[in-house]
Unconditional design. Structure first.
Length: 258
């Protein structure tokens, strides 16, 4: 089964998403197109990388993941196709791949598919659709590009770690308004060493116990847990944590161990 996933900032209002899907189906009429999301904030590669990083490994091997973020024509930006952990990725070399992957991809090519000038401002429906369809058919990377060995690097804000303190920040707020930080379970466990802790954030709020489930506390009460992304989340059971706790993207959280 030829699976192509889409992660874009095209939204649902305009014709762009339909044009992209139609272009893929024109190349591969039996393609199984799966929307990961089209609601990435415009040009936000950090948000797209976080979502795709936590989603792609649920798909079968050889799935092709097309990334349509900040992909308009730019003389300085390369279009790439890559193989990583037996999955394929197609997108712009704008830094998103360095945020998406923990290791070096096993194969990288710069796409050399001829640009159709009438699609100059929308390469998703031309170069990207052709590359994704080629790979979904079982085609080789070497047939659509020139091997390269480097990727554009983007840095993410990492937690500050001390012996008794972790200082992190909010990196994502999901559709349930759960607050996701850049503190991973591995980092937390490494510093905690079985000690008690207190998590501090805005308005002098604090939490001193990890939960396994959102409903371990009464409705309307705050909690923290390690969610499906393996990052520390701050949530309110059946409530709007971001709004009620006043936490937004980039805000600082602090964990003290004692």
């Amino acid at each position: 089964m030829a699976i192509i996933t889409l992660t874009t900032d095209l939204g649902d209002k305009d014709f762009y998403q339909a044009a992209l899907k139609g272009s893929i189906l024109s190349q591969l009429n039996n393609a199984n197109i799966v929307d990961i999301t089209h609601n990435i904030s415009a040009f936000n590669i950090q948000q797209a990388a976080f979502i795709l990083k936590n989603a792609f490994h649920y798909f079968p091997k050889s799935t092709v993941h097309l990334i349509g973020i900040d992909s308009v024509y730019n003389e300085q930006t390369r279009y790439l196709a890559l193989k990583y952990k037996d999955h394929y990725f197609v997108g712009s070399d704008n830094g998103i791949f360095s945020l998406l992957f923990d290791d070096v991809p096993s194969e990288i090519v710069e796409l050399n598919i001829m640009q159709d000038l009438k699609f100059l401002h929308f390469p998703l429906s031309d170069i990207f659709a052709k590359a994704a369809s080629h790979l979904a058919k079982g085609g080789k990377l070497k047939d659509i590009g020139i091997p390269v060995h480097t990727l554009e690097e983007k840095m993410t804000l990492q937690p500050v770690i001390e012996r008794d303190i972790i200082r992190g920040s909010v990196i994502y707020i999901d559709s349930f308004q759960n607050i996701i930080t850049n503190i991973t379970k591995d980092i937390f466990t490494q510093v905690q060493q079985a000690r008690d802790f207190t998590l501090y954030f805005k308005r002098n709020e604090s939490i001193s116990q990890l939960s396994w489930h959102y409903n371990e506390v009464p409705e309307g009460e705050k909690l923290c847990l390690f969610g499906i992304s393996n990052h520390l989340e701050i949530a309110i059971n059946k409530g709007n944590a971001s709004g009620l706790l006043g936490l937004n993207l980039g805000d600082i959280v602090r964990i003290e161990f004692h």
